[in-house]
Write a protein that binds this ligand. Sequence first.
Ligand code: PMP
Length: 345
Amino acid sequence: MDKNKNVFDNVLQLIGSTPLIKLNRMTTEIDGEFYAKVEAFNPGHSSKDRIALHIIEEAERQGILTPGDTIIETTSGNTGFSIAMVSIIKGYECILAVSSKSSADKIDMLKSMGAKVYVCPAHVNADDPRSYYQVAKRLHEENKGSIYINQYFNQLNIDAHYNSTGPEIWDQTNGEITHLVACSGTGGTISGIAKYLKEQNPNVKIIGVDAYGSVLKKYHETREFDDKEIYPYRIEGLGKNLIPTATDFDVIDKFIKVTDEESAHTAREISNTEGLFVGYTSGAAMQAVKQLSEEGEFKPTDKVVVVFPDHGSRYMSKVYNDKWMEDQGFFDSKNKVHTTIEYVK
Ligand code: PMP
């Protein structure tokens, strides 16, 4: 392997060290400098490559996993894809229990990476035997020699970002970062980065992005789990109907909620203004930035890092599909369909 010549022993050596890219157009009206941590540059096209590699290699170090063993996980898609990729290189079987809310593209991608996929109903409680948590648990019990990654309740999820994403951002901003804005699902990304950044400078402000229909924001403010906060929403990978232990609520300063509709339009706006083809939650994170600026959060001297977790190609049948947008009622007088396709007859 010669990293300087861009030669590698296998694809896993390309995980991490993702670029920080300045946003030049979307934020011209907003005080501060804004940078995106673009996780789509990982070989599996999302931040989840980092946790898949870290958790699997930790299990190997502890002697829990040996080649031929099975790795099981619940996933909205990205984690599964990354685990499937790591499993191929390292010689493991990969079984994934996914929510029926996941896009058809994502499920096909998991199958293409050699994983066995179980699709479970989205709108059931976490303790329902049909939920993807319970299905994964059952499969783990039934399969001897398997490990269950359990990303929502695995401290190694936080450690992966504490060891890699956090130090990268600190270094890439020369320690000048003032704010981090990141979506919270398992909470591993925001908690790991935040823990590292706060150790360097406790004044860095950490802002989590949550969905309407999720319990995280209210839990952060009251430490109370309120199931009245739970109702269906469309963004995948953001927010939760339970409290993950992979979230360290103490290192997060505040949460802000964003809507499905505004996040979808903002994702399309990022692609069309910055030339960065990113996923739905990247739109959610930038939507949060817009709302925060309206609240007066940023000063002209601030340096803000926004995490863009994955690639737009995973949302061709959703956010980047005009028909889907229309079916959700996301196109109205305010947001007209913008299409540049002309059909020549
Ligand atoms: N965006 C996407 C697309 C995701 O799949 C996830 C993971 N569920 C997140 C954001 C949130 O990351 P984390 O789980 O580390 O909080």
